[in-house]
Design a protein around this ligand. Structure first.
Ligand code: HEM
Length: 387
């Protein structure tokens, strides 16, 4: 389960908590029930977020040297920060992603998506295959983020390559050769971030002005560029793929009887791009009646919690608006709950509203394929065509 936590083959009868050894023999306490996942997320004193960005495959010395050569460091900033600096850093990031600023991007995004959809509809009408990941979803979140947060002047492709390399380096089972390659990729872009953190305006300047060290500024930009765009493009791809198999939902959208916002929530519940998230036990404690030793890695199975029958009436069915649909934990909960939730929802709503009609009558030529990863789905493509 650990590296394919969304797979259909995952055994239905999981206990509430279970110890599972990973590929290098480290035990993790996997938590499956909604109530227990929530309990952990709501108590950052007992269950700290410090391990959120730890590499699941220990990074060997050779790759560490490559990273060190780029002065790579990821000090506690956002997701992995249980120190007193967290609220202030989070506050500055939240300001940049304020719902008012997010809402102001909606008309621009709608125009861009509409333009792309028109082009893609033409290609589909002509019988051509269309990759909805590459040609629609992949870069949208980064383009929006760049309008909200001042970012280094780097080509979109370079940022995407860096972000995907980081998700693989820290969350995938890997061999040493691959780790070296990824370390070089991540390190290279880290240098770009470090230069930008020293001089950049906007969010970087606000963090500097608040007295945060250059490492913290780099760490915040790193996390935003990875989690703040890659997650959403993954989600858009997975949601569109899911909707190809949900003709009734698409008919409801067309007829106006199904709300776009409800489709987005049901999508987050059933197809979360982040399937697990980690915490570490700070003290000896118990969870769901099981003793947990201090230092235990806890894997919160967010995807499974979204399908908990105690929370949702029809856990595996895509029924927008059903009772419990919005109670998913796709964005986490508590002090570290996703700051970009509003932004991700806005982007998904625009894409569903504009692009769902594209899916009518298509056949899936190539469903999204997702590599082994503890946390992120990372679909690589999603190709459809109209027969
Ligand atoms: C569908 C898309 C997204 C999903 C599913 C998602 C999910 C998550 C999850 C599970 C966490 C950890 C929460 C916890 O520890 O309780 C998180 C944290 C975070 N996310 Fe997202 N996220 C998404 C999009 C975004 C976007 C668009 C941004 C910003 C541009 C963003 C920025 C952040 C930040 C800054 C944190 C760390 C918050 C903190 O520790 O205080 N995320 N996200």
């Amino acid at each position: 389960m650990l590296f394919r936590g969304w797979g259909e083959s995952v055994d239905e009868r999981w206990p509430d908590v279970a110890t599972v050894a990973d590929h290098v023999g480290v035990d993790h306490l996997v938590v499956t029930r909604h109530a227990l996942v929530r309990q952990v997320l709501a108590d950052p004193e007992t269950w700290r977020p410090d391990n959120a960005l730890d590499a699941v495959t220990p990074v060997p010395v050779a790759a560490l040297r490559v990273l060190a050569g780029h002065r790579f460091r990821l000090p506690p900033t956002l997701a992995n920060n249980s120190t007193p600096s967290h609220p202030a850093i989070r506050g500055i990031v939240a300001e940049a992603l304020h719902p008012t600023r997010v809402a102001a991007q909606q008309p621009w995004l709608t125009g861009l998506v509409r333009q792309r959809v028109t082009g893609l509809a033409g290609a589909l009408d002509a019988g051509e295959p269309v990759d909805l990941y590459a040609e629609l979803a992949a870069d949208l979140p980064l383009l929006v983020l760049a309008r909200l947060v001042e970012l280094p002047d780097a080509p979109v492709g370079a940022v995407k390559d860096f972000a995907r390399a980081a998700l693989e380096l820290f969350w995938a089972p890997l061999d040493a050769d691959r780790q070296l390659t990824l370390a070089a990729e991540v390190g290279r872009f880290h240098t770009v971030l470090r230069d930008f953190a020293a001089t950049g305006g906007g969010l970087a300047a606000a963090l500097r002005a608040d007295g945060h060290s250059p490492d913290v500024v780099v760490g915040a930009l790193f996390f935003l560029l990875v989690a703040g765009q890659e997650t959403t493009s993954q989600f858009l791809t997975l949601l569109l793929h899911r909707l190809t198999a949900e003709p009734e939902v698409r008919a409801g959208l067309r007829a106006g009887t199904v709300a776009v916002a409800d489709v987005v929530e049901e999508g987050l519940r059933l197809e979360p791009p982040i399937v697990t998230w980690r915490r570490v036990a700070a003290v000896d404690t118990t969870l769901g009646g099981t003793a947990v030793a201090a230092g235990t890695s806890v894997v919160l199975w967010l995807a499974r919690a979204g399908r908990d029958p105690e929370v949702v009436a029809a856990p595996d069915a895509f029924r927008p608006g059903q009772r419990g649909s919005r109670r998913h934990l796709a964005f986490g909960a508590g002090a570290h709950r996703c700051v970009g939730a509003q932004l991700a929802r806005m982007e998904a709503a625009v894409v569903v509203a504009e692009a769902a009609p594209l899916l009518d009558g298509v056949t899936v030529v190539r469903p999204p394929w997702c590599p082994d990863n503890l946390t992120f789905r990372m679909p690589d493509a999603f190709v459809v065509r109209r027969p």
